[in-house]
Design a protein around this ligand. Structure first.
Ligand code: 13P
Ligand code: ZN
Length: 237
């Protein structure tokens, strides 16, 4: 067995590369996490190492205690994921309390999960509570959606209407609308809590002057959601 050949990992790598090809991941911009199924984590146990240190998350997700996540590494480039997945990605598990993680696979040249891991974990926690089907959290830097945050009022209502009006399929693809987080310092607990609060209502949270978070049950629908939002934003622009 080769972890890299497993379907979840192939799909993860494909999505990261698709995002790169869309131009949404300059340098190390953006990050992606996947909450593994129990049978996927069980099948990979022989390839995991449980000797790494436990690192505090700064947030707490008790309903995700013991869960395994595939995550992009902090400072790693989406451009390199397909060429060097074991250097760019890791698998990390949460402790039972859900407030610390341990890397069990990957990042072979060193590193840690994305600096937005607290936001990803809190979003996973909220979406898993909404429905256990949610597994993917995706953060990208798509230019047109970011551009709109310099033009439109930074409210859920203004962005939802602007995007819904721009393409007929939008209200069908994201019927709940989108949420907006005003500019905040990225990479910490505060923005994680603000974003996950929006994820109680929406599958899309726009970070003003920064990027977008999308949530979904699988790689195709989560990528498709980001794609739909950004295309509507492009039309609006
Ligand atoms: P990371 O490289 O830590 O994932 O950060 C990229 C990013 O987009 C921060 O918001
Ligand atoms: Zn970002």
């Amino acid at each position: 067995m080769d972890i890299l050949k497993e379907e979840f990992m192939q799909s993860f790598i494909r999505m990261a590369n698709d995002g790169w090809e869309q131009g949404w991941h300059e340098r190390n911009g953006g990050n992606l996490t996947y909450r593994m199924k129990e049978q996927e984590a069980a099948a990979c146990q022989a390839f995991f190492s449980f000797t790494g240190p436990w690192v505090e998350l700064g947030v707490c997700a008790p309903n995700l205690g013991g869960a395994y996540f595939v995550a992009t590494g902090s400072g790693k480039y989406f451009r390199n994921v397909k060429r060097a997945p074991e250097e760019s990605l890791c698998i990390a598990r949460l402790n039972e309390k859900g407030d610390a993680y341990q890397i069990v696979w990957g990042l072979v040249a060193g590193g840690r999960p994305t600096s937005e891991f607290p936001s990803h974990i809190m979003n996973h926690a909220v979406k898993t509570a909404v429905s256990p089907d949610y597994r993917v959290i995706y953060h990208a830097h798509p230019a047109n959606t970011i551009a709109l945050t310099f033009v439109l009022p930074l409210t859920d209502r203004d962005f939802t209407l602007a995007l819904w009006e721009s393409a007929t399929e939008c209200p069908v693809v994201f019927p709940a609308g989108v949420g907006v987080v005003e500019w905040m310092v990225p990479g910490g607990a505060e923005i994680a809590l603000a974003t996950s609060e929006l994820m109680k209502t929406y599958d899309v949270a726009i970070w003003a002057h920064h990027g977008v978070f999308c949530a979904g049950p699988d790689f195709d629908s989560t990528f498709g959601l980001m794609h739909t939002v950004e295309k509507a934003a492009e039309i609006r622009v």
